[in-house]
Design a protein around this ligand. Sequence first.
Ligand SMILES: Nc1nc2c(ncn2[C@@H]2O[C@H](COP(=O)(O)OP(=O)(O)OP(=O)(O)O)[C@@H](O)[C@H]2O)c(=O)[nH]1
Ligand SMILES: [Mg+2]
Length: 292
Amino acid sequence: MIYKSGFVNIIGFPNTGKSTLMNSLVGERLSIITYKPQTTRHRILGIINESNFQIIFSDTPGIIHPVYPMQKIMMQYVEKSLEDADIILLITEIGKLEYFPIFNEIKKKAPIIILINKIDKIGIKFKENILYHAIDYWHKLFPNSEILPISALKKTNQDLLMNKIITLLSEHPPYYPKEFLSNRSKRFFVNEIIREKIFFLYKKEIPYSVEINTVLFKKEKTFIDILSCVYVERNSQKGILIGKRGETLKKLKFFSVKSIESFLKKKIKLKLNVKVCPNWRHDYKKLKFFGY
Ligand SMILES: Nc1nc2c(ncn2[C@@H]2O[C@H](COP(=O)(O)OP(=O)(O)OP(=O)(O)O)[C@@H](O)[C@H]2O)c(=O)[nH]1
Ligand SMILES: [Mg+2]
């Protein structure tokens, strides 16, 4: 029997559904998903194993013109994932016909499948017309690539996509042990889940100014004891995060505990410490401390 394995890297603009797609393909909630752009900040692997193949998906940050150091590092992750891809899934959103200079780079790398995502959003009446324009647009930019309309949310055409990926993969032994689901630690996922809740609970700049560092992750008999530090950039943001009489922080803890327990399938005790780390997004040393 032929065994296939390879790196399938998902790239695209912010908010197009990269993380939704990877989670759906892997069947686990590995990457956090929010309705706001620039949610994903790291490259996160999601691995699926079958008897005859192993696919290593990579979720990546959305492609942007980077301004400050954190965004510059985020774009390095995207560039790196162009380098080591066996297949690139370029995910776009229906109704958004965009162009970025990076497309010229992408063309030189690996086989590309263009995914037109969120097709569930358009009504039947307009579907054909909008799809026709989208396919025409992407075909002109990537004449040698396959184009597939999908809905990552509703799993539309997911089987077709998987078949295309498996066909394109080369014969290769597995890159990772079969029990590996991701390259990330449990602490990383705890950090990310808390960050996801922050996106939903706080407005404007707050979610973008926050970073989490889980400093304690200790397995006790009946629960896991977790201490996570929530870093903000300024003192004023600390006040917002905690809220009047600590009300907002309580909410953050409540929603985080629910999600972390469902991810770890274990009971947890969570303590959140809010700290200030001035301008961490602009400081390479601090970014390194946070795992960038
Ligand atoms: N209607 C619809 N919404 C979708 C679909 N896929 C993703 N979304 C929504 O689009 C938003 C962004 O999804 P994400 O998966 O976080 O997008 P992303 O590309 O990873 O975003 P960044 O990490 O910020 O670059 C969320 O609100 C998703 O629920 C889809 O197929 N249909
Ligand atoms: Mg994402």
